[in-house]
Write a protein of this length. Structure first.
Lengths: 748, 425
């Protein structure tokens, strides 16, 4: 489609006082704008109306608004689906950070407009990927979490397939005599309520329960997951739009607790065995069936231990307090000892702990276990580093070990050691990391439990984090996973109690509903929620290098036997990492492409070397670093005018050809600013900044080939709060470039 | 595309969310991204809530504004959300699925023509205490709440509207954006469900008399420590002690300052252990030789947060002392503070002198002051009880002391609970 571009420049907020607006309008016309106008306050109703009128009368289909940041009231400058609008930032990036009446500022303002025009000339309106999708939801796991999620989604009007591998619903709750308090005043034990929930599930016509069933295969993409079940009835097939994994936990293996005496006496049991005994109605000494006169609980049996489960299992303190209450109920005179590291009864659950503490016959002792032995029918526990400052020995008829929770996604029973090995391996391979990332992820998925059995090239299940939990990959967005439309809930993703699990189920159900609705409209999900574009692959030029299939953080691409990528647009989160990965430059979005950024680079007018005006190109991540650039403006911090900023969806979407483009255009240096990588990464697409860093290796090679100095390209990590560091980063880089001297290819 | 200024007197949505902090933004955004309509109302002039006063999150030590920006971006690009600031619920009538809510909009005294150019601020002579920094510094009477304020518009502190000198401020605005005669208006919202996410306030530490806050200059609270570490805080991020701006060589953290104490907050505030360890990293990052003393009853770092505690224990400058601080006094010679901790079992008193002390004060739900309407059940401490059936669902710290991640988790589910109550078959 032919583009007809209108350029509108706002003179407000000091923009008009900083540079010659008429000259910028001339530059716009030269660059091909059909209409170019200025106004004192474009954001006023009158200003917006001028553009609206021109769109209508002049038939504009592209509008460049040279004004404030894109982040300020974007909705003001929307002119319908067919009209693409772009902001050229003349306020935060020009007027507020650069000297007025200065020829360098003038050139910057003109280039801002040229880049925007070039961008608009290439951008196309999005055409969403819309196919028939299912709004049904599959929930794997029929415990409290899975049942609650199923009920929540069904009440919201969705058909739910609830898949449970056991012959009945209920999960662990069926084994619990009571649960610790979930309701005010948070003091008394409660029923788990699972029976009522099972009855509600069975009565709900929106829910189909598949008992004794496991997922054999999940193919396709969100909106179109084709699920095959395996069960005694010959299996089953159905299509769902999204998936909730609520497969829960398993207890840490008791045999591994031999260091606490497990196995040395029948009177040393785990909290699970204790619960079974209590549920059966009679707590007695396992060895001889005698009543309990004294009992000890050892907390953190396996948990918070670098040789076992390094994490805290979050529920065991309250479980032991609950079981202590069972004992008190049956044996009013029994002595009860709880030996702990820290009692963790967070929030209002403190009231439960306070209630138990009021019981004089329950002795709570902080200490480290030195030795557990059984002698003459008694269990002897040596405790060190107690609060009394001395070592003590506790003698009891019976000992309960408060064993921790392991996610069902963990095949190994010792996630602590397993992770340590993985870490060591990771360090060794640090150099060729990015290249192997896809493969390694696939391998690690192979090592994990196969529960969802996805047919994804990158593995069968949700990628797991440290200790095997398929938890969020964002700290502040707990439901977001690396597999679009698949959400983990309950103890499978983090150790949690029943009340939290039920709550978590609602959150996961909300996300699952969101996913099916978004897929039906071709909208993507977090963090580019609502984006309608998706990557298009020009397959004729594909060389089957597999970089895109391996590097996609979301496993969106499968591949055929030759290694040609098979895109699944509904799995895609539109980060553009595939676009950055592709050496053949065959990946494009309608509104974001290699060609688009190259055009922007080429739109910049680079002065020749005799003018002594170096030019620096900055690729800046639009997620955190661009808002920081805005804040630099808001704070009126000043920096050099030699910089030309191009925002990227993610640094991971940087195609290294752009560096070559910049150098051949005559830019003297290129600076990349993105989010933090590494263990505490802040990249919104998890691996983007890490991949960009890896690709910097290719850039350095390229520089060598061109006999150019390595200093010409720099990469910086920046958090959104680090805006005050930006001027120095940019000015220091200019100084570096001035020292290195002009790009010898300038003007060639 | 969030419509910010209500032109109509009656609006409608599937969900009303009360409170524009992390919990409220989450409930509203998740609803909107599901395709339903949400109205998000906030009492203050800007969205963001408590987290905009926090320097870093645990355990990644990353800036909260990153998440705020993601959320604001989601709000800006979603036509299903309507944001109303300076807005409070006046009354609610009707039944779940069919509520009528009266919302009072207080005047901002700045209209939608504001461009954030800042010319007004330059000529304004009046100053007010900066609530973002707990009054530790000032802003002008016309001010932008913070760098990421949404809506990005100035606001005038009502206390100064009538001042003669404000006329000059009106004239300084090139866009006629300042209207000193703006009046409050009340609008009606028809909604199906309601999420109540009004958040928390720090416990008033002056009530814990034995710990000296408010009397001893170098005793601060954890929320103030966040501001001392923040680049946009009163000290521009330099952690110095309040009495003499001296660099610190030792800092004491007093856990359960008010929490787990039947005279103050009987419950555990759930985040303070992690928060203090995190704040100790701020000190350690600025002062490689500084010693940190943490006095605690139990360290509570649930789940994988345990890794953070383990890492802190590896730092030899971190000293963990099991014991509750019973008394804080000032050393009159040098302004230092002396912490007296009592070993709860032996009764032994340990005295530790440090440059400054940080009280890990707990979280009090704002529902204590402003209880939600419709007889919404609250627990003994003012938190909204779980499993409400009246159509008002508590989310975030209005329901339970939560960290940010758990708040988002809770608020995502709360949105569905509230929508489902409205549509229950």
């Amino acid at each position: 489609m032919d583009t007809k571009i209108g350029v509108y420049i706002c003179k407000g907020c000091d923009i008009g006082k900083t540079f010659d607006v008429d000259k910028v309008l001339e530059a716009a016309t030269e660059k091909g704008a059909a209409v170019s106008k200025a106004h004192d306050a474009l954001c006023s109703p009158e200003g917006v109306q001028i553009i609206r009128d021109d769109v209508e009368k002049e038939g504009l289909n592209r509008v460049c608004v040279g004004a404030c940041s894109q982040r300020i009231f974007p909705e003001l400058f929307e002119f319908g689906k067919e009209v693409m609008a772009d902001r050229a930032n003349l306020r935060e990036q020009v007027a507020w950070c650069h000297a007025p009446d200065d020829e360098d500022t003038q050139m910057l303002a003109e280039d801002q407009i040229r880049m925007s025009i070039a961008k608009l000339g290439v951008m196309e309106p999005p055409e969403p990927f819309i196919e028939e999708t299912s709004k049904d939801i599959m929930v794997i796991g029929g415990g409290i979490t899975g049942m609650t999620a199923a009920k929540a989604a069904a009440t919201a009007g969705h058909k739910v397939a609830l898949v449970e591998k056991e012959a009945q619903l209920g999960g662990w709750a069926t084994k619990f005599k009571k649960v610790f308090p979930k309701h005010p005043p948070y003091q008394d034990l409660e029923d788990s309520g699972y029976k009522e929930l099972v009855a509600e599930i069975e009565a709900d016509e929106n829910i189909t329960v598949h008992l004794s069933s496991e997922v054999e295969k999940t193919a396709g993409q969100p909106g179109q997951f084709e699920v095959s079940l395996q069960n005694g009835n010959g299996g089953g097939q159905f299509t769902v739009g999204s998936i909730i994994q609520a497969t829960g936990w398993k207890p840490y293996k008791a045999e591994k607790l031999s260091y606490l005496g497990y196995g040395s006496s029948p009177d040393i049991v785990t909290n699970i065995q204790m619960e079974e005994m209590a549920s059966a109605g009679d707590i007695k000494r396992p060895s001889d069936g005698k009543p309990i006169e004294s009992i000890a609980f050892i907390q953190c049996a396996g948990s918070r231990d670098q040789d076992h489960l390094p994490y805290c299992s979050a529920v065991c303190c309250r479980v032991s307090l609950k079981q202590a209450m069972y004992v008190r109920e049956q044996y009013p005179d029994a002595k009860i000892y709880v030996i702990y590291k820290d009692i963790r009864s967070p929030a209002q659950f403190e009231m439960f702990y306070a209630n138990v503490q009021d019981d004089d016959a329950i002795f709570m002792t902080k200490g480290e276990i030195a030795r557990v032995a059984s002698e003459n029918g008694k269990i002897l526990i040596d405790v060190e580093e107690t609060l009394l400052g001395e070592d003590i020995q506790v003698e009891a008829d019976m000992l309960v070990l408060a064993a921790g929770m392991v996610p069902t996604t963990q095949v190994e029973d010792n996630p602590g050691t397993d992770t340590a090995e993985t870490d060591a391996a990771t360090e060794e391979k640090a150099d060729d990391k990015a290249d192997d990332d896809g493969k390694k992820e696939a391998e690690s998925a192979e090592k994990g439990a196969k529960i969802i059995n996805l047919t994804y090239r990158q593995g069968t299940d949700l990628p797991t984090l440290k200790y095997g939990f398929p938890d969020s990959h964002f700290i502040c967005f707990p439901y977001e996973t690396l597999r679009t439309g698949i959400y983990a809930a309950g103890p499978v993703r983090s150790p949690m109690d029943l009340a939290s699990s039920a709550n978590d189920a609602y959150g996961a159900a909300m996300k699952a509903i969101q996913a099916v609705n978004a897929m039906a409209e071709g909208r993507t999900l977090h963090p580019r929620a609502g984006d309608l574009t998706y990557p298009d692959f020009f397959m004729q030029k594909c060389t089957q290098c597999k970089r895109c299939t391996e590097e996609c953080p979301f496993g969106a691409l499968d591949e055929d036997e030759k290694g040609t990528p098979l895109p699944n647009p509904l799995r895609c989160r539109r980060c553009g990492i595939c676009l950055g990965a592709c050496p053949e430059r065959i990946v494009s979005f309608k509104n974001y492409s290699v060609h688009m950024i190259s055009s922007m680079i080429k739109a910049v007018e680079v002065p020749d070397e005799f003018e002594e005006k170096p030019r620096i190109l900055a690729f800046v991540c639009e997620n955190d670093a661009m808002p920081s650039v805005d804040m630099v403006g808001l704070k009126r911090l000043q920096y050099n005018s030699m910089i030309r900023i191009i925002p990227l969806r993610c640094l991971g979407s940087m195609n290294t050809v752009w560096v070559s483009d910049a150098l051949s255009q005559g830019f003297d240096g290129v600076i990349l600013i993105g989010c933090q990588k590494g263990d505490d990464y802040q990249c919104h697409f998890i691996r983007g900044s890490e991949l960009a860093d890896y690709r910097m290796g290719n850039v350095r090679e390229k520089l060598q080939q061109l006999v150019l100095e390595e200093e010409r390209v720099e990469m910086h990590e920046l958090s959104i709060a680090d805006y005050h560091k930006i001027p120095k980063i940019l000015d220091d880089f200019l100084e570096t470039i001035e020292t290195v001297g002009p790009n010898p290819y300038k003007g060639m | 595309m969030a419509n910010i200024d209500p032109l109509e007197s009656q609006i409608s949505a599937d969900l009303l969310v009360v409170g524009g902090g992390t919990a409220g933004m989450t409930s509203a955004i998740e609803t909107a991204e599901t395709g339903k309509k949400a109205i998000l109302i906030e009492k203050l002039p800007s969205l963001g809530g408590r987290v905009v006063t926090i320097y870093q999150y645990f355990p990644k030590l990353c800036p909260p504004t990153c998440g705020v920006e993601i959320n604001l971006r989601r709000i800006r690009s979603n036509p299903n959300i309507r944001v109303l600031t300076l807005a409070e619920v006046e009354s609610i009538s009707g039944t779940p699925g069919d509520f009528e809510v009266k919302i009072k909009l207080s005047p901002r005294y700045v209209n939608e023509k504001c461009t954030c150019c800042g010319d007004c601020e330059k000529v304004c002579e009046l100053e007010r205490d900066n609530d973002l920094n707990y009054g530790l510094n000032k802003t002008k009477a016309i001010y932008l709440p913070h760098l990421m304020a949404y809506p990005p518009r100035y606001v005038i502190d009502p206390e100064f509207v009538k001042d003669e000198s404000m006329k000059k401020v009106v004239e300084a605005c090139p866009y006629d954006a300042i209207e000193l005669d703006m009046e409050p208006v009340t609008i009606t919202a028809k909604v199906g469900g309601i999420v109540w996410a009004t958040g928390w306030k720090p416990y008033d530490a002056t009530k814990i008399e034995n710990l000296g806050f408010g009397k001893i200059k170098n005793v601060v609270t954890n929320v103030i420590m966040e501001r001392l570490a923040a680049d946009n805080g009163p000290t521009e991020g330099k952690i110095v002690r309040p009495s003499d701006q001296k660099e610190v060589t030792s800092v004491g953290f007093v856990q359960c300052a008010g929490s787990r104490d039947e005279n103050h907050l009987p419950y555990c505030s759930a985040i303070c252990c992690m928060a203090s360890m995190k704040e100790a990293t701020y000190v350690r990052a600025q002062y490689p030789d500084a010693e940190v003393h943490i006095f605690y009853i139990d360290i509570r770092s649930p789940g994988r947060l345990e890794d953070f505690y383990v890492k802190m224990q590896e730092d030899e400058k971190f000293h963990f002392h099991r014991g509750k601080v019973a008394k804080i006094t000032e050393n009159p010679e040098n302004g230092n503070v002396i912490l007296e901790a009592e070993n709860t079992l032996t009764g032994e008193i340990i005295k530790t002198e440090v440059d400054m002390a940080v009280l890990a004060t707990g979280m009090v739900p704002n529902t204590v002051d402003d209880a939600p309407p419709l007889d919404t059940p609250l627990d003994d401490f003012g938190f909204i009880a779980p499993d409400t059936t009246n159509g008002i669902v508590g989310a975030g710290v209005a329901a339970r002391p939560y960290d940010v991640s758990a708040t988002v988790q809770d608020a995502t589910g709360a949105a569905l609970k509230a929508l489902n109550i409205g549509t229950r078959r």
